[in-house]
Design a binder for this molecule. Sequence first.
Ligand code: ATP
Ligand code: BTN
Length: 246
Amino acid sequence: GNFHFLLSRETNSTNEEVKQLFKQKRLEHDAVVLAATDKQTQGRGRRGRVWHSPFAQNLYFTLGMQLHLPMAELSGLSLVVGIAVAKALQTFGLTPQLKWPNDVYLEGKKLGGILIELEGNFEPPYSVIMGVGLNVNMVDNQQGIEQAWNSLALHSGHNWDRTQVLTSLIQQIINQTNIFCQQGFSPFAKIWPDFDLYLDQNVNIVSGQRVEQGINLGVDDRGNLLLNQHEQIKAITGGEVSLRPA
Ligand code: ATP
Ligand code: BTN
């Protein structure tokens, strides 16, 4: 079939699993891959950071598909998936926020993250790897997460059914990704401010040693962050897509 499921109790990283599958197999053009696991031993965030992934508490999953999009549009994908996650959480009565370009927040604390990777081709269709980690029932910090974090259980005082949350997330991600492929990023640019954690606030954009300061004005029609620096508007690219040769 065109749906490939990789479900496990433990794996290194669901993003890595999907990446390997894309490498090994030439999948049907409309194939969708879902890898979900109870525990990751090498869960990763951006730029090699660790994503803490304790057993049977949270959601760790990756959707893989081949998208017909111009390369220039791809940088918006991380925001599209973030908006999809936020919309799914809203259906449960929550009010999530997003921190550009790839973090999900609840009550000002990090609830989840999105990691987009690419495999292979340097021309469309791109094999995109969309990884999502969401804290669901984790309530203690045995993992030693070094920044303020949240989970659905911490927030609401009760445990959540992970399968139910996963189902809603996947539906939204597939729906919003379809809209993105058909209409581009502009519909998402319109609703991004509804979720933006630091909208209209003074922010620092740090890249290595370089720091840029300005007021966060939201995003443009590509998903670039718009920074107001003394009435000069500067667009900042997320660089959240890591392109690696096959
Ligand atoms: P940015 O993406 O803007 O650079 P960031 O500092 O959150 O923000 P990321 O690479 O996105 O960096 O995420 C990795 C970081 O997230 C880790 O360094 C850790 O501080 C935090 N983190 C790791 N695991 C979890 C988790 N399960 N829940 C919440 N936060 C986590
Ligand atoms: C971030 O905030 O930097 C992104 C974190 C992404 C974590 C998810 S968990 C499932 C998938 N597999 C990984 O190794 N990372 C992503």
